[in-house]
Structures are given as structure tokens and as C-alpha cells.
Design a protein around this ligand. Structure first.
Ligand SMILES: [Zn+2]
Ligand SMILES: [Zn+2]
Length: 216
């Protein structure tokens, strides 16, 4: 994701919406990190980027549909993605981004945007909690930086999109809510067929003892 840096001065004051619909944006890191994820319906991220006085506001949404291996039976678990987020990334230390008068002019706009953003976050419930402090800290370096080429501040919305995408993934995806999983003894998929391993009332680990008993 290192090739996705954008100079912030190319983003208009009023903000700009960036759309990531090229599946390579997702496919590349998925492969890189070895995530066994199949894309069923194109993953798309729309991110509104708004430069403010103290940082950049990223307001976005990720949609799409994927399949992951079920946590219990390894069968296909379909996951519908519908993830909204609001992230504020402060400018890196030591940046003087705007001339003073321009900064003043922009101040009221910033407050309005922050109010709006804050409101949505608390109302968002689950999403708001997910995009908590630890996540933001983690993303800071990857999403905003001082340009190594003297181009001022640069942002990496694609990296943020990836961060948010990984947040949207379920920790334990299930093929169905009541998935029975695999039999720990014979490995059969209990959703598809039953086996005798569990029904005999004999813990297979004790079978050695039973055999011993029978002999005696
Ligand atoms: Zn399952
Ligand atoms: Zn079994």
C-alpha cells in the first residue's frame, strides 16, 4: 500500500470523495497476509476526505460481500459487508500546513464537521466503538505523514480503507448461527452427517482404558 500516498494539497478545501472499487486494492493485501477470503460481490469503499485545521477527517463506508472459512466447520461463511466509519487523523508533528489567514477562514467549517462527525459516531454504536483510540493510533503512521519528498502532508486513504475493511471482518465467521462444527474425533462435518463418536458416551481418550479393562 506504499504507492497510494496522495498529497493533501490536491484535495479541495470542501473535501473530496474517493472511491476504491478496484478489487486489486483488497486482493493484494488479502493475498499478502494470506487471508482465505473470497470476494463474492465487489468490495467498495467510499471515503470523503476533508482537510481541517488540525488534521484530516475521513468519513467512509465499505460495502460488498465476501466468503471466509467458517470458524467451526471451515465451510463457506458468507459475510455481507456494511461498515461505516469516521476517522480523524491529526497532522504529524511539525507541520505548518496553511497560511494564518486561510486557517482562520477554515475554522468554523471544522467545528461544524466535527460536531457532525461526533454525533454520527456515538449514534453508530458498534462501528463507533470499533474505530476507537487503539485503532486510530495504529493507523496514524500508515494513513498520514509528512512527505519524504517535501510535498507537505500526504494521506493514504487506501491504507485506511484496508484498516477499516479488516475491522469489518468478523472475528469468528460462521456458516450458520447454529453450525455444529467438525467432529473432533473423526473430522466429519456434523452439519452434513452424523457420526457415532459422540453418541456412545465414551470419551475416545478413554478407549485405551476400556480396552485395558476388557482384557482384564
Ligand atoms: Zn460452519
Ligand atoms: Zn465423529
Amino acid at each position: 500500500m506504499n504507492d497510494n500516498w496522495i498529497a493533501l494539497h490536491t484535495v479541495p478545501r470542501a473535501g473530496k470523495t474517493l472511491v476504491f472499487s478496484d478489487q486489486a486494492v483488497w486482493r493484494r493485501p488479502l493475498d499478502e497476509f494470506g487471508v482465505p477470503c473470497t470476494i463474492l460481490e465487489d468490495i467498495k469503499a467510499e471515503i470523503f476526505v476533508l482537510p481541517l485545521d488540525e488534521g484530516v477527517l475521513f468519513r467512509g463506508r465499505i460495502t460488498g460481500s465476501i466468503a471466509l472459512p467458517c470458524d467451526r466447520c471451515a465451510d463457506e461463511a458468507r459475510v455481507k459487508l456494511e461498515h461505516a466509519f469516521d476517522e480523524f487523523e491529526p497532522y504529524p508533528a511539525g507541520v505548518n500546513l496553511l497560511p494564518e489567514d486561510e486557517a482562520k477562514e477554515r475554522a468554523p467549517r471544522q467545528r461544524a464537521a466535527q460536531r457532525k462527525g461526533g454525533g454520527r459516531k456515538s449514534a453508530g454504536g458498534k462501528d463507533g466503538e470499533l474505530s476507537g483510540a487503539d485503532v486510530t493510533t495504529d493507523a496514524d503512521e500508515a494513513v498520514i505523514r509528512n512527505s519524504p519528498h517535501g510535498q507537505g502532508v500526504e494521506i493514504n486513504p487506501a491504507a485506511l480503507a484496508w484498516e477499516e475493511f479488516s475491522l469489518a471482518l468478523p472475528v469468528k465467521p460462521l456458516c450458520r448461527e447454529n453450525c455444529l462444527g467438525l467432529c473432533p474425533v473423526c473430522g466429519r462435518n456434523r452439519n452434513l452427517e452424523s457420526c457415532d463418536c459422540g453418541t456412545g458416551g465414551t470419551d475416545p481418550r478413554l478407549s485405551v482404558l476400556h480396552a485395558f479393562k476388557a482384557k482384564a
